[in-house]
Ligand binder design. Structure first.
Ligand SMILES: *Cc1c(COP(=O)(O)O)cnc(C)c1O
Length: 444
């Protein structure tokens, strides 16, 4: 049973029946899934939902599926962690990381959109699925496609990061590298979808794919105790994710599940591919396609399909859009890693660096709660860090060699730890504890 009403054109408002299509037949505007929200509200209870399994599918009534055959039932419900050490570094009061770098199964938020799209592909009776990808989507379609018995055909720019190529082919998925940028790959995929009738998740299944991103928003609200943050910072490629988190928050407000508080949406891009940021800053809202050149390959979409709507979401929320250089992206990755122990890819570096920039500029007030959406895992983009990697000593397996390399420094830091712990609670070592009463516990 489904509360989906149909596919509504975001431009002319025409409503089409549910099917594998993404574009309005009347005006070529993008299609969006619409729901009978009254029906959902009557049958779905916020508190009942909290006892469901911890995956994105706990919000299944708000996802555009018809049957019970859910593919990827384990995806989502990633941690929302309070990031006090990063907050201190940035000089803000309350900061949270939504950590989709540890999503299942392929370590990015794309696992969510693929789970919905493949569930839909199965409903439509499709046997081959694929995508046009900047990397993470390829990984997610490959892993879930293979696991659920689809034939796969995945198209990417041929020169992607090695980890994203291997992280696709390892599953046995069919990968095709295209000599061209993402926008050319995407155009080719539209033709392929028409010709072969395959389910290309971000092409002819795009309206369903996009709905999967709403679950990031539901989870953030639930994990904050059914509250919405005052600020949310999100990186943008095609611009879908940020608009869908906004849609999720709007739905929760409509249901009365959260207070009707305003969230400012802040959009983040790399300076080497910033068409949405430019559209927000120049006030036009019109996307002027660019040729991408940035280490944030997963965000390198020069002509973003949802760019116009992302810019509108940001502007209407009173948020800001900002871009950062490749060097700032690397700094952002290191800052998050060294404060919170979270290793994100270049896209997450963009998010952290833009947040830092907006806070420093006073665009995000230091006293209001902020959520950073971290969308991908650092192990996939280690090339970006290689040139500035920290050196470390390599020694012979002998104590003298260790002492020569780090020993003196280490020994002095150990004795200061002991000294400070005995200063903290003098004589507190329990009598049976190792070292109790011995001179090593005395301050010196
Ligand atoms: C795809 C992707 C994004 C952006 O998603 P859009 O919905 O296209 O804006 C952000 N981060 C990572 C890691 C991605 O792979």
């Amino acid at each position: 049973m489904s509360d989906v009403q149909g596919l509504k054109c975001r431009e002319c408002g025409a409503v089409l029946p549910v099917g594998p299509r993404a574009i309005c037949e009347e005006c070529f505007g993008p299609l969006e899934v619409t729901y009978d929200y009254e029906g959902i509200r009557r049958r779905l209870d916020r508190d009942a939902l909290q006892s469901r399994p911890r995956s994105m599918w706990r919000y299944r009534e708000l996802l555009p599926i018809d049957g019970d055959d859910i593919l990827g039932a384990e995806v989502g419900f990633t941690p929302l962690v309070r990031a006090d050490r990063l907050a201190t570094q940035l000089g803000v009061r309350a900061l949270y990381i939504k950590n989709d770098a540890v999503n299942f199964p392929t370590l990015s938020f794309k696992d969510r959109v693929v789970s919905v799209a493949l569930t839909k592909a199965r409903e439509f009776g499709m046997t081959t699925v694929g995508c046009a990808s900047t990397g993470n989507l390829a990984n997610a379609v490959a892993a879930q496609g293979v696991r659920h018995g689809f034939d796969t055909c995945i198209l990417v720019p041929h020169d992607l990061e090695e980890a994203k190529i291997l992280g696709t082919t390892v599953f046995g998925a069919r990968l095709v590298g295209v000599r061209g940028d993402y926008d050319q790959v995407n155009r080719l995929c539209s033709q392929i979808a028409d010709r072969f009738g395959w389910g290309l998740v971000n092409v002819n299944l795009r309206p369903f794919y996009g709905e999967g991103s709403k679950t990031v928003g539901y989870e953030i609200a639930e994990q904050l105790g059914w509250r919405l943050p005052a600020h949310l910072v999100c990186c943008m490629a095609g611009g879908s994710l940020i608009t869908k988190i906004a849609k999720a928050f709007d739905e929760l407000k409509m249901f009365g599940w959260v207070e009707d508080a305003a969230t400012r949406f802040h959009g983040a891009q790399a300076a080497g591919c910033n068409p949405i940021v430019t559209a927000v800053k120049d006030g036009s809202g019109e996307i002027k396609p660019v040729k991408a050149n940035t280490i944030a390959r997963s965000l390198a979409i020069g002509n973003p399909a949802d760019g116009y709507y992302a810019a509108r979401t940001i502007r209407e929320s009173g948020g800001a859009a900002e871009d950062v250089t490749d060097a700032e992206i690397v700094d952002g990755i290191r800052l998050l890693a060294s404060t919170e122990g979270i290793f994100t890819e270049t896209a997450g570096g963009v998010t952290v660096a833009v947040a830092r920039k907006l806070i420093a500029a006073g665009r995000i007030p230091r006293s209001e709660p902020i959520v950073l959406v971290i969308t991908g895992n650092g192990l996939k983009t280690i090339d970006a860090l290689q040139p500035t990697a920290r050196p470390y000593p390599v020694i012979e397996p002998r104590l003298e060699a260790f002492e020569a390399a780090v020993g003196a420094e280490a020994a002095s830091s150990i004795s200061s730890t002991v000294a400070s712990s005995s200063t903290f609670s003098p004589g507190a070592a329990p009598s049976g504890a190792p070292g109790a009463g011995r001179s090593s516990w005395q301050s010196r």
